[in-house]
Design a protein around this ligand. Structure first.
Ligand SMILES: Nc1ncnc2c1ncn2[C@@H]1O[C@H](COP(=O)(O)OP(=O)(O)OP(=O)(O)O)[C@@H](O)[C@H]1O
Length: 246
């Protein structure tokens, strides 16, 4: 399997502290991957580098079959190239309905002129309904987004990200603050999404990661410490040491 995203030998230093050290990582098309690691392991910085928010001091970040160099692109161009990122805190427009939030997220022309005269087409409405069904919000389309539960807001934001048709979605701590039922829905949703695109989930909740039933990458001190199934990595003495030995 050829990689969709290839990160090779990246390093980043902040004020003399090496937050990422010679880190390499690959993910293929339609692969689901969990990234775990203790606080300060470099998970957020890693995602910042892949999405163009932070530039590494060294290394390569290569994307897609054309082997495009993401380090030469800014955040907006990286997003256009097909990398979508979902941050931990939902940022939906609370005063707007679920329908309108999804509609605004559709991949339509975004010039000021086009926005001013924008009227949704039948195809736009169908796509919004499809997205709502995909994330489990079909019954909530007319509700004001601010009324949704925390979990539902997260799903709405995942739907808004999906509207941009990313080939790789980076999802930061989706389970945080969710009820058990919401967590279960979210794992099913992510597993389903990874059937048609690559999904990277950064998560602390091990039960959640277990339910994802996917390959796991363990980061520690800015490098990959272990990789494999959750059972494989949690049996690794170095991983046990990092999580329990201090
Ligand atoms: N802008 C910055 N300036 C200085 N140090 C930074 C900066 N960003 C991150 N760091 C440091 O780099 C290291 C990695 O941080 P990062 O946030 O990537 O870890 P993390 O694995 O996401 O942690 P958490 O699980 O707590 O979110 C930490 O020691 C952090 O303090």
């Amino acid at each position: 399997m050829s990689a969709l995203l290839e990160v090779a030998g990246i390093s980043v230093t902040f004020d003399g502290y090496k937050a990422i050290r010679n880190l390499s990582f690959e993910i293929g098309e339609c692969e689901l991957r969990a990234i775990i690691g203790p606080n300060g392991a470099g998970k957020t910085t890693f995602m910042d580098i892949v999405t163009g928010k932070t530039k590494p001091d060294e290394g390569r970040v290569i994307w897609g079959e054309m082997s495009r160099n993401l380090l030469k692109m800014n955040e907006a161009r990286i997003a256009q190239a097909g990398l979508g990122r979902k941050f931990q805190r939902p940022t939906v427009f609370e005063d707007q309905s679920v329908f309108d939030n999804l509609l605004m997220a559709l991949k339509n022309p975004r010039s000021a002129f086009a926005c001013l005269f924008y009227r949704p087409t039948g195809a736009d409405r169908d796509r919004v309904e499809e997205l709502a069904a995909e994330v489990g919000l079909k019954e909530e389309l007319q509700r004001t987004s601010g009324e949704l539960s925390h979990g539902q807001k997260q799903w709405l934001e995942i739907g808004m990200l999906l509207a941009q048709e990313p080939r790789l979605m980076l999802v930061d701590e989706p389970a945080a603050g969710m009820t058990l039922a919401e967590r279960e829905h979210t794992t099913d949703l992510l597993v389903n999404l990874a059937k048609t695109r690559a999904v990277v989930v950064v998560e602390h909740d091990m039960e959640f990661v277990r339910r994802l039933n996917c390959r796991v990458t363990v980061l520690h001190e800015g490098s990959v410490l272990a990789e494999g199934s959750l059972d494989h990595v949690t049996r690794d003495p170095r991983v046990i040491e990092v999580y329990l030995g201090r």
